[in-house]
Write a protein that binds this ligand. Sequence first.
Ligand SMILES: [Zn+2]
Length: 121
Amino acid sequence: MCVDAVQLLTSAAVECQKAGLRQSSMQCCFTLMKPDYRKQIADKFNSKIETMVRKSGKAKLEDAPDDMSPCPYCQAMVPDYTLVCSECKSEIPFCIVSVSIKNCVFAVVQKLLQFHDSKSF
Ligand SMILES: [Zn+2]
């Protein structure tokens, strides 16, 4: 069995948990609990993943919803990390730093430069 798959699933389970993506995290954990993978989980994660699976029976497993922002073309509300607007089907430009519609570093810099230009002669 592929050790890389176990490492990737373990990392994905931990990172998804941190990001509030509980459903995605648990899917990784359930896969890791399969006998072939289970014996290859690093010791420090083994008990943590077992505990997460055991507690998952009571917990409501849902990924945290994406934040929404208006489409720059039609103003329909779309998830921040979507690449195509579901309403007008336009490709949505996203920030290459945050990979999001909002929180764009370049948009902030552009605004500052515009402000600076408007004040200078
Ligand atoms: Zn749109």
